[in-house]
Design a protein. Structure first.
Length: 100
């Protein structure tokens, strides 16, 4: 077992970039929706954005680009986490976000 935090973070960044290729238009739409939701609610998660834009459920690894929604200077993490309500996420812990 090889431990390499920096290498792992580099691989994560590469994977997210690859996942969002050809998704820039949809990604920007999701960001606009996120801004609107945040102005009303104050904090949201990726699950909230998925519901608001009505993304259909798909198989694993087909919507990895969603993790890039909040990779934008308008958003910051709150430091709080919630369990995902998406069935295939098996209750994984996800961040809450707010506007800067």
């Amino acid at each position: 077992l090889q431990m390499d935090l920096l290498g792992g973070l580099e691989e994560k960044a590469k994977g997210m970039a690859l996942a969002r290729m050809n998704k820039e238009e949809l990604l920007e739409h999701c960001r606009k929706v996120a801004v609107m939701l945040l102005k009303v609610r104050g904090t949201i998660s990726t699950d909230d954005v998925r519901r608001a834009v009505n993304l259909p459920p798909v198989g694993a690894n087909q919507q990895n680009w969603i993790g890039s929604i909040f990779k934008d200077s308008r958003f910051e993490p709150t430091g709080e986490f919630v369990a995902s309500t998406i069935k295939r996420n098996h209750g994984a812990v996800i961040r809450l976000w707010r506007l800067k």
